[in-house]
Design a protein around this ligand. Sequence first.
Ligand code: MG
Length: 158
Amino acid sequence: MRIGQGEDIHRVDEGRALVLGGVIIEEGPGLAGHSDADVLIHAITDAVLGALALGDIGQHFAPTDPRFAGADSADFLRAAMKMARAAGWELVNLDATVRAERPKLAPYIPHIRQRLAEIAGVDPGAVSVKAKTAEGLGAVGRGEAMAATAAVLLAPAG
Ligand code: MG
């Protein structure tokens, strides 16, 4: 089996739409970034690439590459999962945590899990997403940023 971990952080940008786990969260605030700035998908994609020992998201989808301006980050996760399958691995489970002071994410978690499962091509039961605040501490706690961490387990495809 292979284990992978990923993390990411993005600055809050009130002028952009908030996209987390492939779900548009209307109440925002949004996040700054070259792509759609989906901090959760970026952390998960890095975890998958890490499990494969294939570098990181920036190497595969460079933030300087104009092709990825405003990109749907779901495409990054789909591509990483394609690499995993091509190498003979399947996703056993993923577990992720998003840190945001606002909005309150609990009501969105079921939809985010469903959407991530669709994107990754796995059962929603294999996808865990947790949301926490930063208790007012640091950049996340001041509402200046949102962060995410993720862990994935891959096993030989059966
Ligand atoms: Mg990112």
